[in-house]
Design a binder for this molecule. Structure first.
Ligand code: 5GP
Length: 225
């Protein structure tokens, strides 16, 4: 390709980036063992304009987890204090532990045009829809089979038999919730599932409702016609 053609092909993209948009609240949910955590991490690694919301939880820290990276680990009392002071955008009890999204940063981040990625359950997703439906895009991830789901749960060495049993029981409640989500992705192949999620993110970013400055831009065009 000649130099001239290269820059001509690049220009529209550069211009498009200048059109401001509101960030998305991009939600991934699934029962345990569907591979959601891996997909979440991949998205954050490969996508620049998205930030992971770090939840607070009363669950015990797993040896592989780092405070402030995977979760902020709180006592039940600390969690309740934060929740009662209005510090959580949403919260839920999952597998007998509390989990919640700190409200701080979320509104600021999406107002700056940056997307936020939430790894939360269906109860939290419902609360986000109640509070900010037009900002939320939700994906439910399904495992390829129950056998594979069980295998993935068991592979997590840190979990004891009681915890595994609890997670399988919770999965029974969680699995039918796929109907409440905008999109459903079956994680039978990590690369393919990631490609699906990435395509959804790209398309949702282009939606008229999320491109806040399109109205002003179109008005200008119309005025000149
Ligand atoms: P885990 O203990 O495996 O890290 O997470 C258990 C479940 O809690 C997962 O389904 C995860 O999506 C959900 N979860 C994690 N953080 C939050 C949160 O802030 N709010 C809600 N509602 N669910 C969460």
């Amino acid at each position: 390709m000649s130099k001239k053609k290269k820059s001509a092909a690049k220009k529209p993209g550069v211009r498009r980036e200048k059109l401001a948009r509101r960030g998305l609240m991009f939600v991934l949910s699934s029962p345990s063992g569907a591979g959601k955590t891996t997909l979440t991490r991949l998205l954050v690694q490969k996508e620049e304009n998205i930030e992971l919301s770090i939840s607070v939880t009363t669950r015990k820290r797993r040896p592989s987890e780092v405070e402030g990276v995977h979760y902020f680990f709180l006592t039940r009392e600390e969690f309740e204090k934060l929740r009662d002071a209005g510090g959580l955008l949403e919260w839920a009890e999952v597998h007998g532990n509390y989990y919640g999204t700190p409200a701080k940063l979320v509104e600021k981040t999406i107002a700056r045009g940056k997307d936020i990625l939430f790894d939360i359950d269906y109860q939290g997703t419902r609360q986000l829809y109640k509070k900010a439906a037009s900002d939320v895009v939700s994906i439910f991830i399904l495992p390829p089979s129950i056998a594979e789901m069980k295998r993935r749960i068991r592979r997590r060495a840190a979990e004891d038999e009681m915890t595994i049993k609890k997670r399988l029981e919770t999965a029974k409640q969680e699995l039918p919730r796929w109907k409440e989500y905008d999109y459903v992705v079956i994680n039978d192949d990590l690369d393919a599932a990631f490609a699906d999620i990435h395509s959804i993110l790209q398309a949702e970013r282009m939606k008229r409702v999320h491109k806040t400055s399109v109205a002003a831009f179109a008005k200008k065009l119309q005025a000149k016609l």
